[in-house]
Design a protein around this ligand. Structure first.
Ligand code: GLA
Length: 394
């Protein structure tokens, strides 16, 4: 069953009626460009085929009621949340995500109540942006129930990047996770068969064709099953470190540091900030280099850039983990052309670029390495760039 059909069926179970509509949004992987978004830099994500769908119906009061169907087949309920009373840090756990979206949308004039039921197949806590998929699907559902569809021409229709900013605000100011714009933009703006080259500073986007299969390759996603969370300390600490470095260097953001100036810039910075700056500046360049190779139809050659990105995240930015390093090393030893952690880090998932004929062997080797290390078998799947968020036909 598709996530949309599943959400509609789940809605019927909870509310004994069919929903008015279903809207869904995908998870994402980032091909390269990590921890660059909040430094005004470049990112290169693609949307996964995995989606979360929000089946919804308008209520006559101003209450948001959300139920979510877990992979264990059990529902969790938010209870009745009065939209007018929503305020940051009042709500804990998963319900803070949909509540945060309703809280931001209230400020944009969307304050009608809704019953929403969420279902889908984006693994949670895997660093594949399930929380953003949920937030984006809820945002589209609340808009849709007010008669506004994405890309439509109704007056007041927000653009996809505008909705990404709303979702970012809900996450930063309501949920309390100081994340950047990568994930929401990926979920809303990615298109099938392409990676999304986004310049976070200017908001400029380019859909760059990415057909690994045509090049005889696959992108494997390796979910280490080591949970991660960005509401916790490490992410915010890195972010503050880079902002502090930008202040010391008297630039608006680390995006403004030229690669050629890096050696002299590093001499002026305190020891603990230098490696953070080196990561961001070199990572931005790696995104540009990757895009150049993709433009030149040289997809098979991006492997060393993926490897270098991982090393930089591991050694300079220090956001990798034992499991991520193990996944990356085992994939490379088994013949991957390149591999790296993807997303914020501290657990979550890695990606590996492999020749199609090597995919099974790489998967097996990674699993064996985990078994030998006494770790749970990772979940491995091969991913192709898929469509962004939108309304589903039932
Ligand atoms: C998380 C955040 C993003 C981005 C990545 C790291 O996924 O939500 O905004 O900062 O980490 O690239």
């Amino acid at each position: 069953m598709s996530p949309a059909a599943e959400a509609a069926a789940a809605f019927a179970t909870v509310h004994s009626s069919a929903p008015s509509g279903v809207w869904s949004a995908p998870g994402r992987v980032n091909l390269i460009g990590e921890h660059t978004d909040y430094n005004d830099g470049y990112v290169l994500p693609f949307a996964l085929p995995h989606r979360l769908a929000a089946a919804a119906t308008r209520r006559s009061d101003q209450v948001l009621n959300v139920a979510t169907l877990g992979s264990d087949g059990k529902f969790q309920y938010s209870g009745n949340l009065r939209i007018a009373d929503l305020s940051p840090s009042d709500i804990e756990g998963w319900a803070a995500y949909p509540a945060g979206v309703a809280w931001v949308m209230r400020d944009h004039g969307f304050d009608r109540g809704a019953d929403v039921v969420i279902a889908g197949d984006v693994p949670s806590g895997a660093g594949l942006s399930s929380s953003h998929a949920l937030e984006c699907a809820v945002a589209l559902a609340l808009l849709g129930l007010s008669g506004i569809e994405l890309d439509g021409d109704a007056p007041g229709t927000p653009t996809r990047p505008e909705i990404a900013r709303w979702v970012q605000r809900s996450e930063n100011d309501f949920v309390g996770a100081p994340t950047g714009l990568l994930d929401q933009t990926a979920s809303l703006c990615c298109t099938e068969s392409n990676v999304l080259f986004l310049d976070v500073r200017s908001g400029e986007m380019e859909h760059v064709p990415f057909d690994a299969a045509a090049a005889g390759m696959r992108v494997l996603v390796i979910d280490t099953r080591a949970k991660h969370s960005h509401a916790e300390g490490g992410y915010g600490e890195r972010r503050r470190g880079t902002e502090h470095a930008a202040e010391l260097l008297d630039v608006k953001a680390l995006r403004d540091v030229e690669l050629a100036d890096l050696p002299s810039v590093l001499k002026t910075l305190p020891d603990e900030l230098g490696p953070l700056v080196r990561h961001v500046v070199t990572e931005n360049q790696r995104v540009l280099d990757t895009v150049e190779l993709l433009h030149a139809d040289r997809l098979a050659e991006i492997g060393p850039l993926l490897d270098a990105s991982h090393e930089s995240l591991r050694d300079d930015y220090r956001v990798s983990s034992v499991e991520l390093d193990l996944a990356v090393d085992a994939a490379r030893e088994a013949g991957a052309l390149g591999a790296r952690m993807t997303g914020g880090g501290f657990g979550g998932s890695a990606i590996a670029l492999v020749r199609a004929g090597d995919a099974a062997r790489v998967e097996e080797s990674v699993s064996l390495a985990f078994e030998r290390g006494g770790l749970r078998r990772p979940r491995v799947f091969s991913a192709v760039p898929s469509r962004g968020a939108g309304r589903d036909k039932l």
